[in-house]
Write a protein that binds this ligand. Structure first.
Ligand SMILES: [Ca+2]
Ligand SMILES: [Ca+2]
Length: 351
């Protein structure tokens, strides 16, 4: 099914892997089966990273769960044990019996210990499962995973948690030529978060990375980026587009080096299509709270006492404009507001 990006209004939950290929026409196609990555069981964090430095980003996935709650044998056993409570049981005893049964039933599910699943990118939209080959097959419940060059040899190692066990530290032993790039941005963005780095002329014609901050499940990578240099004598160039819109370039890049590139030496980028709009100096959002009215009393503005914990935008009244529902401690919605404009936002994005 082809769904234009702008028309997606919900996030369907799919009980398998999905991989979306950008058609570069405003749409994506889901090709996980075609690529050979449709399943890695209960997974937490997929990371695209070029493990073997051949120029193609591989896929490493932390996986596992305390209980395999989809185990059908356990489900059938639990169903056979369930029985209605006696009719004369009071409400408190009924609740206690229900809670006790839930705890006993949960123990019937087996543990779901998984390897750290590794897929090798073959460079033709196909991936190969190399979990046994790449040394990440030790079973456990792995959730958070973060990459960084722990031993200073220019390739990316990683750390991962093993639930109820010691954390795992995995050293990358690849030997292919590499180029590492660390950005030194102007304060306050001293790590160059949001900058885009290209390496031209390496193992493949173009490699690109965006420096991110966080973005992993309960984890964040080191901001240093690593690229595949290909041969030792390639004519390699590094290009950086900073969030300020400026641009840096380094020619004659040598393999097996770490390049630290400073924003102070960057120049204005005259090509308008290469500029990244800066958020410095001007506000991105404006407060649109005055566009809300409480459902009761139709007061103007948002006034919430206590400590609201959650909020959701939904068409609560079914009358097209989106409504704002604020909840406290996950309990029944305590405050409901109705949008009195068609703008569907409490905070309006100026961009
Ligand atoms: Ca690779
Ligand atoms: Ca390393």
């Amino acid at each position: 099914m082809q769904v234009p990006i702008v028309e997606i209004t919900n996030r369907p939950q799919i009980m398998r892997k999905t991989l979306f290929h950008n058609r570069v026409d405003g749409t994506f196609e889901e090709i996980a089966d075609f690529c050979g990555v449709p399943a890695s069981d209960w997974s937490w964090q997929p990371v695209f990273v070029d493990v073997d430095l051949d120029g193609y980003q591989d896929l490493v996935i932390s996986a596992g769960h305390t209980r395999d709650v989809q185990d059908l044998d356990a489900t059938v056993e639990i169903q056979s044990r369930q029985h209605p409570s006696p009719k004369d049981m009071d409400a408190k005893a009924r609740q206690e019996a229900f809670t006790r049964a839930m705890m006993e039933h949960a123990r019937l599910y087996p543990r779901l210990e998984m390897p750290i699943v590794a897929f090798h990118n073959l460079g033709n939209l196909k991936f190969e499962d190399v979990t046994q080959l790449w040394g990440t097959s030790a079973p456990g419940v792995h959730q958070g995973i973060a990459f960084g060059d722990l031993d200073g040899d220019g390739d990316l190692d990683f750390v991962v948690n093993n639930l109820n066990g010691a954390c795992g530290v995995y050293r990358n032993d690849s030997i292919a030529p590499r180029v590492a790039v660390r950005l030194k941005g102007l304060p306050p963005n001293t790590q160059g978060i949001g900058a885009k780095i290209k390496l031209l002329g390496g193992a493949v014609p173009t490699q690109s990375q965006e420096v991110i901050c966080g973005g992993r499940y309960l984890s964040g990578d080191d901001p240093m980026q690593v690229f595949a240099a290909g041969g030792l004598s390639n004519d390699v160039r590094i290009e950086v587009r900073w969030r300020s819109g400026k641009r840096s370039a380094v020619n004659g890049v040598k393999a097996n080096r770490i390049y630290e590139i400073e924003e102070t030496g960057a120049v204005e980028d005259q090509r308008s299509d290469n500029k990244i709009r800066s958020s410095e100096g001007t506000a991105v959002f404006e407060d649109g709270s005055g566009n809300l009215a409480a459902l009761t009393g139709q007061e103007s503005g948002v006034k919430v006492d206590g400590q609201p914990r959650r909020a959701a935008l939904c068409d609560y009244l079914g009358d097209e404009p989106m409504d704002l529902v604020v909840m406290q401690n996950g309990a029944e919605a305590r405050w409901k507001f109705r949008m009195i404009t068609k703008q569907n936002r409490a905070y309006l994005n100026r961009r």
